[in-house]
Design a protein around this ligand. Structure first.
Ligand code: 13P
Length: 248
């Protein structure tokens, strides 16, 4: 069985005071044990050491990005080696906001995934179609191309979580229906079975992201191929605790 996974992507939000407040809330929350759900919190880089220092030990932290190769003369970037040096175990790569706004291509994201894994990071790799692509019937094509780019560059999937985040559902309040999410997750799993291996298809966690909240998480979590969530807006609020509890 695949262990449920809940990630909180804080995106580019927060102040020192707000970070302390949300960490306090998380630290005091009553949630299922680590054997039942893996919780990973992803603050902006500048708050990572602060959060890591005070966050409960059964939750882990993730960076929201990492440079594509070894550090050096890359002003403004943060390398995978630095994250490892600071004992940050996870990184989110290929988020649609970076794909769209910073023009990160499938290939560039795949290179980042491969490099981060090679340095010992665990990766939340994000994929997902735009509304235009969905309406054109291109969803499976788009997400399998995004996954294929990664599959061509890595062999070991044991440290990868795939996050299916339809762009039209992110920050819009238009959550995918449980049927829509399940359909894409199942398609991705069969793509992995055909193109990578049945072992990887069975074991990789495929989590859903896009307008997940306390009200819709339970039904989504009940889908057989939905192994958890990547939560944006609601991860900054008390309802994130309810989303973690949907693992049960
Ligand atoms: P929202 O939960 O705010 O829609 O964001 C989802 C997301 O992009 C998580 O990475």
């Amino acid at each position: 069985a695949r262990k449920f996974f809940v990630g909180g992507n804080w995106k580019c939000n927060g102040t020192v005071a707000e970070v302390n407040k949300i960490v306090k809330l998380l630290n005091e929350a009553d949630v299922p044990s680590e054997d039942v759900v893996g919780v990973v919190i992803s603050p902006p880089f500048v708050f990572l050491p602060q959060v890591k220092a005070v966050l409960r030990s059964d939750f882990a932290v993730a960076a929201q990005n990492a440079w594509v190769r070894k550090g050096g003369a890359y002003t403004g970037e943060i390398s995978a080696e630095m994250l490892i040096n600071l004992e940050i175990p996870w990184v989110i790569l290929g988020h649609s906001e970076r794909r769209a706004l910073l023009k990160e291509s499938n290939e560039f994201v795949a290179d980042k995934v491969a490099y981060a894994l090679s340095q010992g990071l665990k990766v939340i790799a994000c994929i997902g179609e735009t509304l235009e692509q969905r309406e054109a019937g291109e969803t499976l094509n788009v997400v399998s191309e995004q996954t294929k780019a990664i599959a061509e560059k890595i062999k070991d999937w044991s440290n990868v979580v795939l996050a299916y985040e339809p762009v039209w559902a992110i920050g819009t309040g238009k959550v995918a229906t449980p049927v829509q999410a399940q359909e894409v997750h199942a398609d991705l799993r069969s793509w992995l079975a055909t193109n990578v291996s049945s072992d990887v298809a069975e074991s990789v966690r495929i989590i859903y992201g896009g307008s997940v909240n306390a009200g819709n998480c339970v039904e989504l979590a009940g889908q057989p191929d939905v192994d958890g969530f990547l939560v944006g807006g609601a991860s900054l609020k008390a309802e994130f605790v309810d989303i973690i509890r949907s693992a049960l």
